[in-house]
Design a protein around this ligand. Structure first.
Ligand code: MG
Length: 395
């Protein structure tokens, strides 16, 4: 059994005092929501939830205190925030000085960018484990691209990438060593962009650990689009089926799949009696688990007398969109002896695709007979079967 009584007391210092002007967002980027939770709240939770971290201190800009209060959830490890300085280096020093005044001064500290919300438990553990009294630890990534030096949009040099790495955070240090290094750097009026550089300035050794490509620093709008994709809930596939029948009565046309087909008879129904669109609408409600067409559009409602059945399908699709879903494909089979479906198949696909606002390749229309058997075989009515396959946010 490891002797846990000898475990170091480790604080996380999260720097979130920047103004985030590069992100082209309305406010500081660390307070932007990602799937309903701010970037900073996600970052803080990565550390408050880590078993090796004893305390978390966030350095914020004085103007952001109301935003911080909204973003930060109470946690026993989370200390009240402190205000930062003009530069990142000054903000880190403010945080370190605050920790140095606290009743339980940490043995070690991890210093992390507030705009890196995807820091994972394993990376935090790796940095904690690599810290030595005489050496800090930083996560780095090898560079896979060829590196160029350019001036005024002109390449002037290909830089050998041998030995080059990209530095990430959290960067971990012995607390007293990095506090002394920061005080010395401040006395020398340096403006260094990470704590490894501050450590180097003081002659403190730093080891590298393997970084994580997902641990990106959200800087520009593309980073935010990538981050939103990373946190958006995964989608799952749902299917639904539909079936409908309408009687053939005296008339001069039928509506099927939103297409008017001249015929010696017509379809009887409260609306335009488009059995195919009704079956498709039911298939969509089925996939959504939201009842059936009769529930949403009661035949007793005079609003739907003679109605264009495209209205029903559009309404089901509006529900799908409101749920954050999208259509994979729609497949409908029309069962009748007449009219023949085949000559109208492409027009029907196109009509359904237009109503649904999707690519016609996602729509299939098929026609069949019932071999002169049953009501369809006797020409008493038209039946339609449909399947809808959709993507919905995972439960
Ligand atoms: Mg119907």
């Amino acid at each position: 059994m490891p002797d846990t009584s000898k475990q170091h007391r480790i604080a996380a210092l999260i720097v979130a005092a920047g103004r985030g002007v590069r992100a082209e967002r309305p406010g500081p980027k660390q307070f932007e929501p990602l799937a309903g939770k701010t970037v900073l709240a996600r970052t803080v939770e990565a550390f408050t939830g880590h078993p090796r971290i004893n305390a978390v201190l966030v350095v914020i800009h004085r103007d952001d205190e109301p935003l911080y209060r909204q973003a930060a959830a109470d946690h026993e490890k989370l200390l009240p925030p402190v205000f930062g300085g003009e530069t990142r280096q000054a903000s880190v020093l403010a945080g370190l000085e605050h920790l140095a005044q606290s009743p339980s001064i940490p043995d070690q500290v991890l210093i992390h960018d507030g705009a890196r919300p995807f820091v994972c438990e394993n990376l935090i553990t790796a940095v904690c484990s690599a810290i030595r009294p005489d050496a800090g630890a930083i996560p780095v990534l090898a560079i896979s691209e060829t590196v160029k030096r350019a001036e005024a949009e002109r390449v002037v040099e290909t830089v050998s990438r041998s030995g080059l790495h990209l530095a990430q955070t959290p960067q971990g240090f012995d607390f007293t060593a990095i506090l002394d290094a920061h005080r010395a750097a401040a006395a020398d009026q340096t403006d260094l962009t990470d704590d490894d550089a501050v450590a180097a300035h003081a002659g403190l050794a730093v080891r590298t650990v393997c970084g994580d490509r997902r641990n990106i620093k959200l800087t520009d709008p593309d980073d935010f689009r990538y981050a939103e994709a990373m946190v958006s809930k995964s989608m799952e596939t749902w299917t639904g089926q539909g079936f409908d029948v309408h009687a053939l009565v005296p008339g001069d046309h039928v509506m099927l799949c939103g297409v008017k087909i001249p015929h010696t008879r017509g379809l009887k129904g409260h609306s335009d009696a488009d059995a195919a669109l009704h079956a498709l609408t039911d298939a969509l409600y089925g996939a959504l688990g939201e009842g059936d067409i009769g529930h949403h559009f009661p035949p007793s409602d005079p609003n739907w007398r003679g109605a264009d059945s495209a209205i029903f399908l559009r309404e089901a699709i509006a529900r799908l969109e409101a749920r954050g879903g999208r259509i994979n494909n729609l497949d409908v089979t029309v069962i009748c002896e007449a009219p023949k479906i085949d000559p109208h198949r492409e027009a029907m696909r196109q009509a359904i695709a237009t109503i649904a606002g999707i690519d016609p390749r996602r729509v299939s229309v098929k026609g069949t007979t019932s071999e002169r058997l049953g009501f369809a075989g006797r020409g008493e009515g038209v039946a339609a079967l449909a399947t809808a396959t959709i993507q919905l946010p995972a439960l």
